[in-house]
Each structure stands twice: as structure tokens, then as C-alpha cells.
Design a protein around this ligand. Structure first.
Ligand code: GLA
Ligand code: ZN
Length: 681
């Protein structure tokens, strides 16, 4: 695959972030100072207009764009480009006062009052009409300004609305999905349970908190509908602005997975040209190591990158210094800012952008980190670190446009996440689907195997190995794809709680894992036992006699054709298979029937990779490692995200920061990183 530049206007990376000059219109000096400071910090791009609606349209149908044009002109004269937003993320007061239907209704059926942001009803025709109107005016005025690089559609789409309009749209969505035949829905949703059968689609309500929440298929269908409805709203905005300059790419800023699961981003991504997301890792917390905080962030990066593998993604926002919304708002320690910026690049981002350029003087975000603090100088620690990173990015600009070519994927799927979280099974607190996927992904990273993070609907045929922990929901179609993949030589690895239900959350009949997978894995799973926190079992690994601890869950399985790699040592499953491998067609299918700490499976995972022809790296010593590829070269990133010195060995190539040939071994101090350029055949 060749390189792909996101923006031909920029020499290398985009460095910048959200800028909210509408808050400073009465301070012309500040606007001028900001531009001078941006240049000092090597900022070449800002995101504008995200929250500008009440300035663009202070009263209904009264439009004012001159102020913004002056700002864009001034930025452009100074070499600063613009990511231009549609302003639909927050509404002016006049709009809600006049058209209350724009305001969302909560899960008890109560309409919100005016305020905050991101809380509009995406079904409201009136709101859509007003958004189309303002978007049209913004696009007419600015789409063809040479400073504009791309569209930033709305802001952080999220949430659910339970109003009557949304209810009706939900019903027509269901009518279409079930061919207008309520008996099909009744069967798929198993509504005979508790006598919940519907006579017509009009009787179906959203899962109100004080209403129907016991039909699990309804719950998941509501999330699918809300994803579809938000995507439909977003597409309406895209269709409004695109015609004014069709070559301008569109994005919307997604959010980090550990706090956000309202929508299925993998589905929304299909309507975008470029993927971007807002990265806010909680550095220096008291519940994980610094390395782990970095790795969780890289997991997010890897998921967003994998949504469009033929081009770089964008880190649209990140915090200079700190955020203001965490339980504890802690400053990034010296050096972390640069390392996090380089990590984004290492993971495939071609932008390092912040929220925000200048701190707002009042209101909710007055203490959120910004490049320019209230002091307004270039002497603050944060400003200097931002400027340092800006220069650093300039030095490595040739990396921009290069891409990943990973041979391994981990499946972390939003629908599985919804289904597992909502399943009345296992134990309330310990389902931990995301943690389980992250855990396996991190363990692979420690082996120097960088994996893409993909959804179950992605094509995985190009990967040598696919790791799919807790792949709970497997439709016949997916079962078939997995079977074909393994048959054709793929290596597929999964765990307990896989293949229990189909896409409607109906249990598979005939044994788990269903959808034809019992044959692929050569096992049948009969029971899954949940542990109290103090319960333990152990796995005895046949190959080396080692023993690993089992926590949380253990399945009682039978091997039909599979070879047993490990057995339980205790309790009623003693001597029964706990880990198996099955040769199927030209490929291999692994099944891990119980939960073990990923580090306790280290050797096993290493073996799985090696057998799949994916080399592990032995020279990392705890360093975080990523690779991007240019046409005839590789850029290897070595990041010391820990708190002690690390020794790298067997190095070969050019150190990109100083263009010198690197010596064979090297010490990286905490926060230091190495970018190694290597020729490839
Ligand atoms: C989100 C929003 C921004 C800002 C930041 C603060 O990412 O998109 O507008 O509020 O959070 O962290
Ligand atoms: Zn609504």
C-alpha cells in the first residue's frame, strides 16, 4: 500500500486544535497575541466554529459571518489552516425557546430544559431544518476559503432521546427491519416470555427506565436504532456541506472507548472520509501504571486507526496539561505531553491537536488545559512543551502519510459489548468485556506484536491471526466467516462466552459455541461457572507443567476433535479441558475456557503468534513499540512510557530525530523515544 497524505496543503503533520475566538471578540489584542503565540508553537491548524451558532445566528434568520471571515483571513495570512465545524453540537437559547422539540427527552419521558450541549433530538424535523439552514450558510460562506482543510461535523455525537418522534422513528425502523410483520419481531425478540407479545409495531416503546427493559433484543435494537439515527443526522449534515466543495474531507470527533459506548462507531465510520477522535488518557492515576495508561490510549488509537486502514487518522483533541472533568484533574508531568503526541503519531495519526488553544476566561471549561493559559505568555511550562513537540513534529514530517500493516487483529466489538453488558448472566461486576479485550491486546504489545482493533463485521481475511475474546454474539453469517477464515489457513483464538447468541440475542441451539463453531473449535461448552472474588481454580499447562490461576469464569467443556493444551486442577471440573487447539482445514482454532490474567498466558500467546508466522520481538525491555510503513521504508517507534531506564538492543537504522545512524544498543530514559527509519525490500 502506498502512502496517503490527509492534507496536500500541509508539509507534514497537522499541529493545533480547537480554537474558540468567538469568546474573545471583545478582546482584539488577544486574538492578535494568540496568532503570534500559535506561530511560536509551530501550530499550523485550528478547529473553528464548533460552538459558534449563537454568534453566526444571534437571532433567528439574522446571520453574521464577517467576524469569522476576518479571523480565518488573519489565520491564513499567518500560515494557519482551518478545520471548520458545523455548529450543531450546541444550540442558541432562542432556538430552544422557540422550538422546544429540539431538546432531548430523557429515559423517563421528561423533556430536558435548555442548556449544556450535545442534547438535541436527532429525529426532530424542525431541528434538522434549522441545522441544514445554518450549515448551508456556513458552507456557502467558507467552504471555498483556501484556509479550510476539512469539515468537522458537529461535536462528539452521543446519547439517546426518548421523545415521541424518536419513538415513532424507532417503530418505522423496526417495521422496515421486520418486513412489517410483527410475528417476525415477536419470534426474534422471544416476546412470549412473560407474555410480552406485541400486536402491532405501534405498541413498541423505547426502553424507558420505568418501562420495558426486560426484552434484551429490544434494548440492543434501540442502540442500533440510535446509532442509525445519529448516523442519519450526521449524513444529513454531510450532504448539506459537501456540495459546496466536494473534495473537502469530512470527519466527526469520536470519543474514547472506556467511557463511551452509546453508538457503534464502526458503523458510523462508514459515512466519514477520515476518522478522528478525542484522546484523554488519565495519566498518573492511582489505579494503573503509567505504561498501562499509555497502552489503553494506544488501544483506542488502534481501534480508530483500523476503521480506515488506507489512510492516517487524526487525534482531534487531547489535553495540554490537564482536563477539568476527571475525578482528579491532574497535570501531565514534564515530558508526558511530547510522548503522548508521539504515541498518536506512532499509532498512525497524522495530527496532534488539542482542546484547546486558549483557555476560556469563564464558565465550565475555564480550568481545562490549553496551549495558552490565562497568563497569556509563551513562558508557561505547558506552552513550552507544546512548542517543543511542534518542533519535534516538524523534524519527523516525512513520517506523515505512512501507514500500518499489521498482521494480527483483536476483535473488540460494540454490539458484543452491549450484549454482554446487558446479559443476565455471569456475575454483575466482573463481565469486563472491554478489559478482557484490552488485556489481550496489551499482552500482544508486550510481545512486540502490534494488533489492529477491529469489529466483528470487519473483514479479517488479511490477518494471520485473530484474537476474539468473549465473542458472545455470533450470527450464522459470522460463524460462516470464521469457519472460512480458519479453513483457509487463518489462526483464530477465542475464549469462554463465545458464540452463545445470534444477532437477536437468541441462544444458539445445539451447543456452544454455536453458528457452526463447535466443529471449528472441536469442543462443546456445557456450563459457565461464575466465581466469587475469592474463588480460584488453576490451569495445568500440559506442555511445560506450569500452572496459571483462574479467576471470574470457568466453562465446563468437552473436547470432541480438539487437542487439550491445559486442564483444570481443582473443583468439579478437575482434569477437564481448560485450553484447547483444533486443526481445522488449513488453519488453527484455539479455545480458552476460563479467565486467566493475560500475563499468565504470555507464553501461550507467544506460541500462537509464532505458529501463525508473526514474529515476536525480544529486544523491547518494556518499551512500547509501533511501526508505520512508507513505500520503501519502515518507521519503528520505541517509546519509554515507564519510570525507569530501558535498554534497547539489536537496533539497526537511522535515528530520525538527528538523522544519524543508530548504534546497536541504546538506553532510553523515562519519557524518551526513538524513531528508527529502516529500508525494506
Ligand atoms: C470534549 C469536547 C470539547 C471539550 C473537551 C474537554 O472532547 O469535544 O469541546 O469540552 O471535551 O476535555
Ligand atoms: Zn427525540
Amino acid at each position: 500500500m502506498t502512502r496517503k497524505k490527509l492534507f496536500s496543503q500541509l508539509k507534514g503533520f497537522a499541529h493545533g486544535g480547537d480554537y474558540n475566538p468567538e469568546q474573545w471578540l471583545e478582546y482584539p489584542d488577544i486574538l492578535e497575541q494568540d496568532i503570534a503565540l500559535m506561530k511560536k508553537a509551530s501550530i499550523n491548524c485550528v478547529s473553528l466554529g464548533i460552538f459558534s451558532w449563537s454568534f453566526y445566528e444571534p437571532e433567528e434568520n439574522l446571520f453574521q459571518f464577517d467576524w469569522m471571515e476576518q479571523i480565518i483571513d488573519r489565520l491564513y495570512e499567518n500560515g494557519i489552516y482551518v478545520v471548520l465545524a458545523t455548529p450543531s453540537g450546541a444550540r442558541p437559547a432562542w432556538l430552544d425557546a422557540k422550538y422546544p422539540e429540539a431538546m432531548r427527552v430523557d429515559s423517563y419521558g421528561v423533556r430536558n430544559h435548555h442548556g449544556n450541549r450535545h442534547n438535541h433530538c436527532m429525529s426532530s424535523e424542525k431541528y434538522r431544518e434549522l441545522v441544514r439552514r445554518i450549515d448551508t450558510r456556513v458552507a456557502e460562506r467558507f467552504a471555498n476559503h483556501p484556509a479550510v482543510l476539512m469539515w468537522h461535523i458537529s461535536n462528539e455525537f452521543g446519547g439517546y432521546c426518548y421523545c415521541d418522534k424518536c419513538k415513532e422513528r424507532f417503530q418505522s425502523y423496526l417495521r422496515k427491519k421486520f418486513d412489517n410483520r410483527i410475528e417476525l419481531l415477536n419470534h426474534a425478540w422471544w416476546t412470549g416470555f412473560w407474555s410480552h407479545r406485541y400486536n402491532s409495531f405501534e405498541q413498541i416503546e423505547p426502553p424507558y427506565s420505568n418501562g420495558e427493559t426486560s426484552i434484551l433484543a429490544l434494548n440492543i435494537e434501540w442502540r442500533r436504532f440510535s446509532t442509525w439515527n445519529a448516523t442519519d443526522f450526521m449524513k444529513m449534515e454531510i450532504d448539506t456541506v459537501k456540495p459546496f466543495r466536494p473534495e473537502l474531507p469530512v470527519t466527526t470527533n469520536f470519543m474514547m472507548m472506556q467511557v463511551f459506548d452509546d453508538y457503534d462507531y464502526q458503523k458510523m465510520a462508514l459515512s466519514l472520509d477520515v476518522i478522528s477522535w478525542d484522546s484523554y488518557p488519565l495519566f498518573h492515576n492511582d489505579f494503573e501504571s503509567l505504561e498501562d495508561t499509555f497502552l489503553l490510549n494506544a488501544f483506542n488509537h488502534s481501534m480508530f486507526r483500523a476503521m480506515k486502514q488506507d489512510r492516517p487518522f487524526m487525534m482531534m483533541e487531547s489535553a495540554p496539561g490537564l482536563v477539568n472533568w476527571a475525578a482528579v484533574n491532574k497535570y501531565r508531568r514534564p515530558g508526558i505531553h511530547e510522548l503522548a503526541g508521539i504515541q498518536a503519531v506512532a499509532c498512525g495519526s497524522d495530527t496532534v491537536q488539542y482542546f484547546q488553544i486558549r483557555k476560556g476566561r469563564g464558565a465550565f471549561e475555564q480550568y481545562h488545559g490549553a496551549v495558552i493559559d490565562h497568563a497569556g505568555t509563551d513562558t508557561t511550562r505547558i506552552f513550552k512543551e507544546v512548542a517543543g513537540l511542534g518542533q519535534g513534529l516538524n523534524r519527523i514530517s516525512e513520517v506523515s502519510g505512512s501507514l500500518h500493516r499489521n498482521k494480527v487483529a483483536v476483535i473488540f466489538d460494540t454490539e458484543c459489548r452491549w450484549a454482554i453488558d446487558d446479559a443476565k448472566a455471569l456475575s454483575e461486576k466482573n463481565k469486563k468485556y472491554m478489559d478482557t479485550c484490552v488485556g489481550i491486546w496489551k499482552e500482544l504489545m508486550k510481545l512486540g506484536v502490534e494488533a489492529d482493533v477491529i469489529g466483528k463485521d470487519n473483514d479479517f481475511s488479511s490477518y494471520k491471526a485473530v484474537f476474539a475474546p468473549m465473542l458472545y454474539m455470533v450470527s450464522d453469517e459470522l460463524g460462516d466467516r470464521i469457519r472460512q477464515y480458519v479453513k483457509n489457513g487463518g489462526h483464530f483464538w477465542t475464549t469462554y462466552f463465545t458464540g452463545y447468541v445470534d444477532e437477536n440475542l437468541l441462544c444458539h441451539l445445539g451447543g456452544f459455541p454455536g453458528a457452526g463453531l463447535t466443529e471449528v473449535f472441536g469442543i462443546i461448552s456445557e456450563e459457565i461457572d461464575a466465581f466469587y472474588p475469592s474463588d480460584r481454580n488453576h490451569v495445568h499447562w500440559n506442555a511445560d507443567g506450569n500452572c496459571s490461576e483462574v479467576v471470574d469464569y470457568a466453562e465446563y467443556i468437552h473436547a470432541t476433535t480438539a487437542e487439550v493444551l491445559g486442564i483444570y486442577t481443582d473443583d468439579y471440573v478437575k482434569d477437564q479441558p481448560a485450553v484447547t487447539v483444533n486443526h481445522y482445514g488449513a488453519g488453527i482454532a484455539y479455545y480458552v475456557a476460563c479467565r486467566m490474567e493475560p500475563r499468565d498466558m504470555h507464553r501461550f500467546l507467544e506460541q500462537v503468534c509464532t505458529d501463525a508466522g508473526v514474529p515476536v520481538k525480544k529486544n523491547l525491555d518494556g518499551i512500547e513499540y509501533h511501526v508505520r510503513y512508507g513505500n520503501d521504508c519502515a518507521y519503528e517507534f520505541y517509546l519509554n512510557t515507564g519510570n525507569s531506564d530501558r535498554q534497547l538492543s539489536d537496533l539497526d537504522g537511522i535515528d530520525l530525530k538527528n538523522s544519524q545512524k543508530v548504534s546497536k544498543t541504546m538506553t532510553l530514559k523515562p519519557r524518551e523515544y526513538l524513531i528508527l527509519k529502516k529500508g525494506i525490500g
